[in-house]
Design a protein around this ligand. Structure first.
Ligand SMILES: [Fe+2]
Ligand SMILES: [Fe+2]
Length: 135
């Protein structure tokens, strides 16, 4: 069973960004599952590369859509994205340094929660009215 599943409460009012978020959830779930099942280093390397790659792509797409609509919270939102990106880099660095999965699993769960719940449901949700036209 996935750690977190997308549902309508995650919708930010635009199908393109919803699709991005679904994909991010899927990658994060795969990392979490891999982490629980004693993955090979190569497998986690690939998953982290995929996460970082997709994260960068998503943040760029999201920010350019927000810029096109003159979103007033864009500067703050960009800072949040930078912080999340640094968190991913830090996890990846610790993984590459050979930390054992057990030591990081709980932090990983917290990280996933902070990303998905706090960022998408908190910060991303603030721009939803730009796309739905509803306050
Ligand atoms: Fe965002
Ligand atoms: Fe987002």
């Amino acid at each position: 069973m996935p750690f977190i599943q997308w549902d309508k409460s995650f919708s930010v009012g635009t199908t393109a960004l919803d699709a991005d978020h679904r994909r991010l959830l899927e990658i994060l779930n795969r990392i979490y599952e891999a982490w629980q099942t004693d993955p090979s280093k190569v497998e986690l390397d690939q998953l982290f590369d995929e996460l970082l790659d997709y994260t960068d792509g998503h943040f760029n797409r999201e920010e350019s859509k927000l810029a096109a609509r003159d979103y007033e919270g864009l500067a703050d939102h960009h800072v949040q994205h930078e912080r999340l990106r640094e968190t991913v880099l830090a996890f990846r660095a610790r993984h590459l340094a050979g930390n054992t999965p057990d030591a990081l699993t709980e932090e990983m769960a917290k990280f996933l929660k902070s990303w998905l719940m706090d960022h998408i449901l908190g910060e991303d949700m603030k721009y939803k009215p730009l796309f739905t036209g509803m306050p």
